[in-house]
Design a protein around this ligand. Structure first.
Ligand SMILES: NC(=O)c1ccc[n+]([C@@H]2O[C@H](COP(=O)([O-])OP(=O)(O)OC[C@H]3O[C@@H](n4cnc5c(N)ncnc54)[C@H](OP(=O)(O)O)[C@@H]3O)[C@@H](O)[C@H]2O)c1
Length: 286
């Protein structure tokens, strides 16, 4: 059992990591930023802005975690580079300084998505969005400050205890609350938050250093994800209009599928594909 610190403990992944890590018997600390953390959950909660390098260093020096899982980030806004990019560098420096194992969360959108084949760990980032650029900067800063860190590239994260952003968007479209279309040519390997959290906690106990893809086993388009989720929630999948990302006026990464075969040989935890998870949970029958 280890002393574990989750940055972004109030976030979607952070909350599931905390729940699973508590069940595994770890001693837990977590950081929050704008949200009020829950009370009485046995977690030492610390307000922290990862842009503040001194506060990051002091926090880790005080908590002395053995493992840090860095999930905190912002996807949009003027501070995306400072929070998502430089903030990750601050966490990596502080984790190295106190001798903590570091798992850094990265993303499939560090790629331009112009390939047909899934991306492996050896593929270099080629971002086409400010978020992708910030995540690519984060990877560089983390690798430089903490060479033993594991840099985990993952894909769209979904779950059912709390509905994730992507699924909520699709359900809003399927139920007519939003008039949008979902792309048939944007490919991802969505990962079930429970599988991802279990894989991260397993990885934290291993000496693996460098990039590791942790994404779901099935490659699906955003439109397919939306229609499957609509069915899982008893909505009409035919109500979701299709569009092509290639025709979008904004350049968006298309095929960001990740090859997670290395993780399959390294970890006991299985990262199931979307259809498999939905079948296992009894949400679709086919
Ligand atoms: N969600 C996905 O589909 C997806 C896909 C690929 C990769 N990822 C990666 O997975 C990780 C977790 O994603 P998520 O969806 O679970 O995130 P999330 O729900 O948006 O949570 C983000 C967390 O970051 C914290 N935060 C924001 N600004 C901060 C700052 N300046 N200093 C410190 N903490 C700050 C937030 O704290 P408050 O809530 O208290 O403000 C929150 O706890 C991220 O690194 C993301 O890049 C996610």
């Amino acid at each position: 059992m280890a002393r574990l610190l989750i940055t972004g403990g109030t976030g979607y992944l952070g909350q599931v990591l905390l729940r699973q890590a508590r069940a595994n018997g770890h001693t837990l600390a977590a950081t929050c930023f704008s949200q009020e953390p829950p009370s009485g959950d046995g977690v030492v909660w610390v307000p922290l802005d990862v842009r503040d390098s001194r506060a990051v260093a002091e926090t880790l020096d005080r908590l002395r975690p053995e493992i840090v899982i860095h999930t905190a980030f912002r996807q949009t806004g003027p501070d995306v580079l400072a929070i998502t990019g430089e903030g990750a560098g601050h966490v990596a420096q502080a984790a190295r300084a106190v001798g903590a194992r570091l798992i850094h969360m990265s993303s499939d959108v560090i790629f331009d998505g112009e390939r047909d084949a899934p991306y492996t760990e050896d593929d270099p980032p080629a971002p086409v969005s400010p978020y992708g650029e910030a995540k690519a900067l984060a990877e560089r800063l983390v690798a430089a400050a903490h060479p033993e860190a594991a840099i985990v590239r993952t894909s769209l994260i979904y779950g059912f205890d709390a509905v994730d952003r992507q699924t909520q968007f699709a359900l809003d479209v399927a139920s007519g609350r939003r008039a949008e279309r979902l792309f048939v040519d944007e490919l991802r390997c969505p990962v079930y938050v429970e599988d991802l959290a279990a894989a991260l906690l397993e990885l934290a106990a291993l000496p693996y250093a460098g990039v590791l893809n942790l994404a779901g086993a099935e490659r699906v388009s955003r439109h397919e994800i939306g229609t499957l989720m609509a069915r899982a929630y008893g909505l009409d999948p035919a109500a979701i209009p299709a569009a092509r990302s290639a025709e979008s006026p904004v350049r968006r990464p298309r095929n960001c599928a990740l090859d997670s075969s290395r993780a399959r040989s390294l970890l006991r935890t299985r990262l199931r594909g979307l259809r498999e998870v939905l079948r296992d949970l009894g949400r679709i029958t086919e």
